[in-house]
Design a protein around this ligand. Structure first.
Ligand code: SF4
Length: 288
C-alpha cells in the first residue's frame, strides 16, 4: 500500500483560485523543490524567518504540531511543509490511514459537495506514485473534484499521466473526476530563478489531463511586468488557461497592503483576481 508524508490534513474553505469558497479537504504533502524566501522582501533580498524559527528558536523541540508554529510575514507561508527542521512533524501515512482520517474530518462522514486540494510543499514531487492508491480507495468514491496546487515545475510521470487520463488500470475504466491544476508559477519576487520556475511546457502537459490555470503572487507594478513576460512565454508554448493575480500576504498586515492594488491591476489588465480568503477569515493559521 502506498504511503505519503503528510504535513497537514484539514478541512476548511478554499480561499484561492477557481474553487474559492468551496468547502475543501486539504492534503498537504511534505517537501518542496523551492524556498521562495523572496516573498514580502525588497527585491534581491531573502527572508530568514523560517531559518530563524528552525535554528534559533529557543523552544524548537517544544513544537509538537503545526498549530503551535509561528506564522511568518515574509518568505513561504507554509515553510514547515518543506523545511528539514520540521520533518518530524509530518508522519508517513498509508493511503488507507489518510482515507480514514478524511472520513473523520468531513462533517457528514462522507463526500458531499466538498473538493479535495492536494497541496504542499510541492505535491507533484515523488508523491505522484502514491495518489492512485489513495484516489481509488473506496472511501474516496464520492469525491468528484480534485485540485493539485503546484508550482508548475514537475512533469507528470508517465504512470500518473496515464492514470489521470483514465486508462491506467488496463481495463479502460474512465477516470470520471474533474482535475484542476492550480499553478502558482514563481516570479523573481519569490526569490526563485526564472529559468527554474517558469517552465511552460510542463504546464501545457497538465492541460492534457485536466484544467490548468496560472496564479501569480505579486505586490507591485514591477512584479506585474514579470507577469506579462511569463504570460507571453506560457501562451507561446500553447497554454490556453485562465490567469489570476493574487496578492502577496500570508499575514493580514501584508495582505491588506497589497490586495486592493492587485485587484485593480487585475481589472486594468483583463485578468482574474484571486483573493486569499484564509487570511481575513482565519488569519491564515496552520490548519486553515
Ligand atoms: S513553491 Fe510553494 S510551498 Fe514551495 S517554497 Fe514556494 S511558496 Fe512554499
Amino acid at each position: 500500500m502506498s504511503k505519503l508524508k503528510i504535513a497537514e490534513l484539514f478541512y476548511s474553505i478554499q480561499g484561492e483560485g477557481r474553487y474559492m469558497g468551496v468547502p475543501s479537504v486539504f492534503l498537504r504533502t511534505f517537501g518542496c523543490n523551492f524556498k521562495c524566501a523572496g516573498f514580502g522582501m525588497p527585491r534581491g533580498e531573502i527572508s530568514i524567518e523560517a531559518d530563524d524559527i528552525a535554528y534559533t528558536h529557543a523552544n524548537i523541540e517544544s513544537f509538537q504540531k503545526y498549530e503551535e508554529l509561528p506564522l511568518v510575514s515574509t518568505g513561504c507561508d507554509s515553510y514547515a511543509s518543506w523545511h528539514p527542521a520540521f520533518k518530524d512533524l509530518s508522519p508517513m501515512l498509508t493511503s488507507e490511514a489518510i482515507a480514514d482520517r478524511i472520513m473523520e474530518i468531513l462533517p457528514q462522514d462522507h463526500w458531499k459537495d466538498e473538493h479535495l486540494v492536494i497541496t504542499g510543499g510541492e505535491p507533484l514531487l515523488g508523491w505522484q506514485r502514491a495518489y492512485p492508491d489513495l484516489l481509488d480507495n473506496p472511501k474516496m468514491q464520492g469525491l468528484k473534484e480534485i485540485t493539485f496546487e503546484t508550482n508548475g515545475t514537475q512533469k507528470l510521470t508517465e504512470d500518473f499521466f496515464n492514470y489521470l487520463n483514465g486508462w491506467s488500470d488496463g481495463w479502460g475504466t474512465r477516470f470520471d473526476r474533474e482535475i484542476t491544476f492550480s499553478v502558482s508559477a514563481k516570479l523573481p519576487c519569490s526569490g526563485e530563478k526564472w529559468e527554474e520556475a517558469i517552465l511552460p511546457e510542463v504546464v501545457c502537459e497538465y492541460e492534457e489531463v485536466g484544467t490548468a490555470y496560472l496564479k501569480f503572487v505579486i505586490a507591485t507594478e514591477q512584479d506585474f511586468a514579470d507577469v506579462e513576460c511569463a504570460i507571453a512565454a506560457y501562451r507561446k508554448a500553447g497554454f490556453k488557461g485562465h490567469v489570476y493575480l493574487m496578492p502577496v500576504g500570508g499575514v493580514e498586515s501584508v495582505y491588506t497592503l497589497n490586495n486592493k492594488n492587485v485587484a485593480l491591476l487585475a481589472m486594468k489588465n483583463g485578468l482574474r483576481y484571486s483573493d486569499r480568503l484564509q487570511v481575513p477569515l482565519f488569519k491564515n493559521e496552520w490548519g486553515t
